[in-house]
Structures are given as structure tokens and as C-alpha cells.
Design a protein around this ligand. Structure first.
Ligand code: UDP
Length: 506
């Protein structure tokens, strides 16, 4: 009988006895890198020493992780030789060159498919430089890599997809072919039409409007590369042997039964960062950071000096950018609201602005903004966001509603003002405001100083107790999900068991 932790598998006609070796292949951008590194950490620490993990990313991302985070070095140190990075070129040249998500995805997809490419070798059999050439027992890949189904099939390696965007958005991806069929798509992208209901996304009929569909559905163009990637994902995603989602059962609404029907071997292991904290963090006193930018921790000392729940945290994540006009509207709205605020202005996040905007050449800015910021504000270029949201001084979060930010806010019971930019953010903001009722949804095109001021006052003052109560309730549900015997706790154990015993059948 085979040992529990070893198994004979066939790779291109060679029979090899292997122990579990997981290759993790994330999208090379902050949110997915963050999630997948946390997953790698959980797999390594909850499974026996025979299980190893290879984390595949671009050399660009690897350099930034080494420069700005402690996780990369910590994992490599704590779990050597079970954990290692493998890097590939992203094909976009020097670090200063811009990197675009859809082009990045296509470039890596092409490398994964190309016969004899280094990425393909790493995905299938470990690195050429690796003397052990340890065979791969399972690939965990981001859902957007639609080509991975064919690659895994050909390599005879089981595939588990992990889509790091929100399940509510994933469900809209699955429904796009149907939306096209019933002519819910394409639609006229004019202001009046945007409030029309979308009735062909089962489980979301009562609240989804045109304006809440993923951004690329507006001005729908079948040749848009992002649409092509998403349509391919809708087709390929269910074909994997397992599916991981960063959510917890108690969070998800009626539509979730449809996802489960398509992907029955489903592991809801979220909120992943909370699962990690409750399972691992007690073992280490070091705080875990997967940041691709240098965290400015001085904002934590600034928060220490502010009254409880008095500060609005403002951040649009790692990818979105705003125009200078939008920046000024937000800024005026913040100052006019008289709220205290901690604002992340990521370098490069203001379009048409030169270089680092953290100090934002204050002399060019109207006096009332400068004075108001000095009195009640703090601006940093990148923050330790999880720690910021957990700080007692935070009372609200003006967010772009990226899925990680949304979950991090839910976990800390922080109500949100949602200012969505693209991809899943539109759907997330609708669910936050209309279904969970733990925030207010600002239509992105209505980001005027008056709207911003009104929403901040509503969230932080007039309706504060109402939002806080619901947000606290949801935070408790999240905590229960990752506590012993909770839904996400059990789901994670199940995933680890399946990885360890190599139970995925192809
Ligand atoms: N983040 C951070 N510091 C910041 C801003 C963002 O650590 O100052 C992290 C945040 O905690 C989250 C990730 O960056 O985990 C952003 O992911 P999200 O899915 O929210 O948005 P995206 O950047 O993909 O649009």
C-alpha cells in the first residue's frame, strides 16, 4: 500500500514516487500576491514536513518583495528547504516600465503554454537548476489564467484554481455569456440607463443594476483583452479539480449556490488574512507584511494620538489612479467634513502628477486644504493597511472596494464609503451598501466635494451607530468562521488534507 504522504504519479510516461509539492502561480500584482503568500504560509505551517511549496512569480515582484516585505525572507528562512521562490521574466523590461494587468496576464499565459519555456518547466517539474527536480503534485493558479487547464492536463498535474477576486464578481463573469444572450449586454453607457436592473444574474436580481456590473461591461467591446480573459475564465474555471475562494460561507448570498453547483469541490477559506492570523500568528511575534511598497509605519503613532473611531482611512489600493481634479474634490470633501483622516497616496496614483505625491507640493495647494490637513490629517505613500484598519482610532474607510480591502474592513468591523474604479469593485460596492448594508456607495462619476463631504458626515456622524452595529455583527461572523470548527477553519483543514494526501483526481 502506498505511504499516506507519497504516491506514484505518471509524468509524461515516467512513473515517479513523489511527496506533495504544490506550485503556486499568482497574478503578479499586490492583492493576489498577498493572498497567495498567505496561502503558502498556511500550507507550510499546517502540513507535515514532507510537503513543499514553490511560489512562482516575476523577478520584478520578487525584487520588490525582498525590498519591502518581511514575508519573502521569513518564509524562505523558516521553511527552507520546503519553500522557495521561482522567478520568471514578465517580458516588460526594466523596473521603471509600466506593467499593465491584462498584458501581464497574457504574457504569462503565453509563457505557460509555450513548449520548453522556463515557466512551463517550473509549473510541471520544478526548476531546471533544482538538483532534486521534485515533481509537482498540484498547481494552485489564479483563476484568470484560463490556459492552465490545458497545461495541467498535459503535464498530468491536478489543478486547483484560486480566484482572488470577490465571489459575487466571479459569478457575474460566469453570467456574461447569458447576459449577452438575453441582451442585458451590451447597453447604452448613459447616466439614465445605468440604473436599469440586470435580471439575468441569478441570485442578484433584486439589487444588481447596469452600473454595478464589472467595469469592462460598460462600453462592452468583445475585443477588449480583459473581456477575453474573463470569458475564458468563465469557461475554464469550473474544469479544475478544486476551487479556492477568499470568502466565508456566512458572507455569501443566494447566488453562491450557483457557484457551488458549477464548482462542487470548493474551499471557502476566507477571510484568508484572519485565518492566517488565528492559525499562525500566535507562533510568531513578527507582524507579517507582503507589501510591494515601503510601509510608512509612522501613521500608527499618529493614529495613537487620535480619539477612538474618529479617523477616516482613505485608500484606493495598489492599482487604481485618480485624476488631479478627483484628488482635489476628495481633498476638499475631506476638509469640509471636518473629519480626521489618514490618506494613502501611492506613488504614481495621481494621473498627471510628477513622481512622489506623499508631500504633494503643498505650496501649490489652497491654504484651507493645507491648514485642515495639518490639523486633522496624515498623508502617507503606503500604509500597513491591516494594522491601520485594526486600530481603535479608525471609524470608517473610504475605499475603492478591492476585494482584499473589503474583507480587511469587514474583519475589523469598519464601515465603508465605496468609491469603485474597476473590475470587481463595482459589484463589491453594491453588495457592501445594498446587501450587507455596512457602507455607502458613491457613484464614481459623482465624486464631487459636496458628495464626499455628505457621505463622510453620514458615515462618521449621523448614521455612525447604525453602520457600526451591522459592521460589528459581520466582523463577529468572520471571526467565528476562522475559529475552531468554523466554516473556513474546517474548509482550510479539508484543503490541507487533500493537498497532503494528493486526493485530487485528474
Ligand atoms: N494595501 C496596503 N497598504 C496600503 C494600501 C493597500 O498594505 O497603503 C494592501 C491592502 O491591505 C490589500 C492590498 O494592498 O491587501 C490591495 O488589494 P485590494 O484587493 O484591496 O485592491 P487592489 O490593489 O487589487 O486594487
Amino acid at each position: 500500500m502506498e505511504d499516506h504522504l507519497t504516491k506514484s504519479i505518471t509524468h509524461s510516461n515516467n512513473i515517479t514516487t513523489i511527496s506533495p509539492h504544490v506550485v503556486i502561480f499568482p497574478l503578479p500584482i499586490q492583492g493576489p500576491i498577498n493572498c497567495m503568500l498567505k496561502l503558502a504560509n498556511l500550507i507550510l505551517s499546517l502540513s507535515p514536513a514532507t510537503v513543499s511549496v514553490t511560489f512562482v512569480t516575476t523577478d520584478f515582484i520578487h525584487r520588490r518583495l525582498l525590498l519591502h516585505s518581511n514575508t519573502a525572507a521569513r518564509l524562505a528562512h523558516d521553511y527552507r528547504p520546503r519553500f522557495r521562490f521561482e522567478t520568471v521574466h514578465d517580458g516588460f523590461g526594466p523596473d521603471e516600465n509600466p506593467r499593465n494587468v491584462s498584458l501581464l496576464t497574457m504574457s504569462l499565459e503565453a509563457q505557460a503554454q509555450a513548449e520548453g519555456s522556463r515557466l512551463r518547466e517550473v509549473l510541471g517539474f520544478g526548476s531546471a537548476e533544482d538538483e532534486m527536480k521534485k515533481p509537482v503534485s498540484c498547481i494552485i493558479a489564479e483563476g484568470l489564467y484560463g490556459c492552465m487547464v490545458d497545461v495541467a492536463k498535459e503535464l498530468r498535474v491536478p489543478l486547483v484554481y484560486f480566484d482572488t477576486c470577490s465571489p459575487c464578481c466571479l459569478w457575474t463573469y460566469f453570467c456574461i455569456p447569458n447576459l449577452l444572450k438575453v441582451v442585458d449586454l451590451p447597453f447604452q453607457d448613459d447616466e439614465e440607463g445605468l440604473d436599469a436592473s440586470i435580471t439575468s444574474v441569478p441570485g442578484m436580481e433584486t439589487y444588481l443594476r447596469r452600473r454595478d456590473l464589472p467595469s469592462f461591461c460598460h462600453a462592452y467591446d468583445p475585443n477588449n483583452p480583459v473581456i477575453q480573459l474573463v470569458l475564458k475564465e468563465a469557461q475554464e474555471f469550473p474544469k479544475a479539480q478544486g476551487h479556492i475562494l477568499n470568502t466565508f460561507d456566512e458572507l455569501e448570498g443566494d447566488y453562491f449556490a450557483h457557484i457551488r453547483a458549477l464548482c462542487p469541490n470548493l474551499y471557502n477559506i476566507g477571510p484568508l488574512h484572519l485565518n492566517l492570523k488565528s492559525r499562525i500568528q500566535q507562533e510568531t511575534t513578527k507582524s507579517i507584511s507582503n507589501s510591494l511598497w515601503q510601509e510608512d509605519r509612522s501613521c500608527l503613532a499618529w493614529l495613537d494620538a487620535q480619539p477612538p473611531k474618529s479617523v477616516l482611512f482613505v485608500s484606493i489600493g495598489s492599482l487604481a489612479s485618480m485624476t488631479k481634479d478627483q484628488l482635489m474634490e476628495i481633498w476638499h470633501g475631506l476638509i469640509n467634513s471636518k473629519s480626521r483622516f489618514l490618506w494613502v497616496r501611492r506613488p504614481g496614483s495621481i494621473i498627471n502628477k510628477d513622481e512622489d505625491t506623499s508631500q504633494d507640493d503643498l505650496e501649490m495647494i489652497p491654504d484651507d486644504l493645507v491648514e485642515g490637513t495639518k490639523k486633522r490629517g496624515c498623508i502617507v505613500s503606503w500604509a500597513p493597511q491591516e494594522e491601520v484598519l485594526a486600530h481603535g482610532a479608525i471609524g470608517g474607510f473610504l475605499t475603492h472596494c478591492g476585494w482584499n480591502s473589503t474583507l480587511e474592513s469587514i474583519v475589523e468591523g469598519v464601515p465603508m464609503i465605496c468609491w469603485p474604479f474597476y473590475v470587481d469593485q463595482q459589484v463589491n460596492s453594491r453588495v457592501v451598501s445594498e446587501v450587507w448594508k455596512i457602507g455607502l456607495d458613491m457613484n464614481k462619476d459623482n465624486c464631487t466635494r459636496v458628495v464626499v463631504e455628505e457621505l463622510i458626515k453620514e458615515l462618521m456622524e449621523t448614521r455612525r451607530d447604525e453602520f457600526s452595529k451591522r459592521a460589528d455583527k459581520m466582523a463577529k461572523l468572520a471571526a467565528q468562521a476562522v475559529a475552531e470548527d468554523g466554516s473556513s477553519y474546517n474548509s482550510l483543514n479539508h484543503l490541507i488534507d487533500d493537498i497532503v494526501s494528493m486526493r485530487f483526481s485528474i
